[in-house]
Design a protein around this ligand. Structure first.
Ligand SMILES: Cc1cc2nc3c(=O)[nH]c(=O)nc-3n(C[C@H](O)[C@H](O)[C@H](O)COP(=O)(O)OP(=O)(O)OC[C@H]3O[C@@H](n4cnc5c(N)ncnc54)[C@H](O)[C@@H]3O)c2cc1C
Length: 413
């Protein structure tokens, strides 16, 4: 399928890249334009919090080299922000005042970090971590910092805490909630992860708020409601909000993300789709609409929309999955742990391994694993097929063993 005006994709991240790549992969021959307000080629964000970054590393996080876009006739407009949508005329307007018409528009604008709402957050040495430029700025001080304070005990904060610890810094994580990863993983894993981080030498303060950041031009201290912490580097990760302001200004339905249908089309304007961190979508594994922030979600949604525009529509049903590498801990999650009523925690065959199985109405809906990739993969396979697994099925067993037993029973019958 082609349209003279072609496809405009706003946002050159994981989701935007997946859209343009899938469009050409599925044989779309019309014009394709990718608007990216960052100056870099589309890159992966996960490595940014798992390593200390230097300018030489920048190229390593690129999703594909520049030649990929050139060879596929994808017009890359780097450093160009879309500032308005003219949905009546079917055009985007950029910061330079240029109007670019579209036959179909895909919003892949991602999310932005919440700012730290305390005095001193603008001091040198205080950073959020979302972009490659953030990671490069952090990388410039990370190797020499002695006292690192991480504000926020979420995935990104805990990953970065381990990077700083491995480089020899004294590291303190300050979390306002009573637990680490309070909404992201089960209570059982929260406890386990806290103990592991503390064992590696990271100091964890939960239930503690940051009041301000102090220093003479550059950070020297973090004032919390339980005392003052010395700091020569502060990194904060206190959540992200979807970049849905273009959609809102254009009158599209927005509700903490651009609201889309099961084919990821705006419920207001079928000529517009939204994918990745900025999209709120229906999902068979959720009650109601969800907005997910993960590479899996951005990749699968971008691919689905690219293929749909190229002529192969399908509803979005991909199983959500996620990973987080926190030093020696590899956490993986398959499925969605919403409204679960029973958890089963099973130790693996080594002290470093653990799995937490979440059930709703005695049916497995999500699995969290630590340092156990085989069990994570078994969980993905079973959940993708919607194979029923009850608490009794898992008594004294693992999903890997259960899947093997079911396969051999199938072969025998
Ligand atoms: C530090 C970090 C570590 C992470 N680690 C993991 C991990 O281990 N596992 C995992 O599954 N997920 C991880 N994630 C989450 C994952 O990277 C995101 O879910 C994913 O990048 C979302 O892709 P996206 O394309 O929707 O958004 P983004 O990657 O945010 O890309 C959106 C892009 O659009 C641009 N943009 C926005 N508005 C405009 C505009 N008006 N005009 C032009 N351009 C615009 C933005 O600047 C940005 O470059 C991590 C995220 C971060 C920040």
């Amino acid at each position: 399928m082609t349209s003279a005006a072609g496809v405009a994709v706003v946002g050159g991240g994981q989701a935007g890249y997946s859209v343009v790549s899938a469009l050409r992969g599925a044989g779309y021959v019309g014009p394709v334009t990718l608007f990216a307000d960052e100056p870099h080629l589309p890159y992966q964000r996960p490595p940014l919090s798992k390593n200390a970054h230097t300018e030489q590393d920048a190229v390593r996080v690129e999703l594909v080299p520049e030649s990929f876009y050139r060879e596929r006739d994808i017009e890359l407009r780097l450093g160009e922000r879309v500032t308005a949508l003219d949905t009546a005329a079917g055009a985007v307007v950029t910061g330079t005042g240029t109007r670019v018409p579209y036959g179909h528009l895909v919003l892949a604008t991602g999310a932005r970090n919440r700012r730290l709402p305390v005095p001193g957050a603008e001091l040198a040495g205080v950073h959020a971590l979302r972009s490659l430029d953030d990671a490069l700025a952090i990388g410039r001080t990370l190797t020499t910092a002695r006292d690192v304070v991480v504000v926020g005990g979420g995935f990104i904060g805990l990953e970065l805490a381990q990077v700083a610890r491995a480089l020899g810094a004294r590291v303190t994580v300050v979390e306002l909630a009573d637990r680490l990863l309070s909404r992201a993983v089960s209570a059982q894993l929260q406890e386990y992860l806290r103990e592991r981080h503390e064992r590696s030498g990271v100091r964890i303060l939960t239930g503690v708020g940051v009041r301000g950041i102090e220093g003479n031009g550059r950070v020297e201290r973090v004032a919390t409601d339980q005392g003052v912490l010395p700091a020569d580097l502060v990194v904060y990760g206190i959540g992200a909000v979807p970049r849905d302001e273009l959609a809102r200004a254009a009158g599209l339905a927005v509700e903490d993300g651009v609201v889309v249908d099961e084919q990821l089309r705006s419920v207001t304007d079928p000529r517009i789709s939204a994918v990745g961190d900025c999209a709120r979508h229906p999902h068979p594994h959720a009650d109601g609409l969800v907005r997910l922030e993960s590479v899996q979600n951005a990749t699968d949604q971008g691919t689905l929309v690219g293929r749909r525009i190229a002529g192969s529509p399908a509803p979005y049903r991909s199983l959500p999955w996620f990973w987080s590498d926190q030093g020696a801990i590899k956490l993986q999650i398959a499925g969605l742990r919403t409204d679960t009523d029973e958890m089963l925690v099973v130790p693996g065959d080594s002290p470093e391994r653990l799995a937490a199985y979440a059930f709703r109405d005695d049916r497995l809906v999500a699995v969290e694993t630590l340092n156990w990739p085989a069990e994570h993969l078994a969980a993905r396979r079973l959940l993708e097929r919607s194979a029923p697994v009850s608490v009794a099925d898992l008594a004294g067993s693992t999903l890997g063993a259960l899947a093997r037993a079911r396969r051999s029973a199938e072969v025998r019958s």
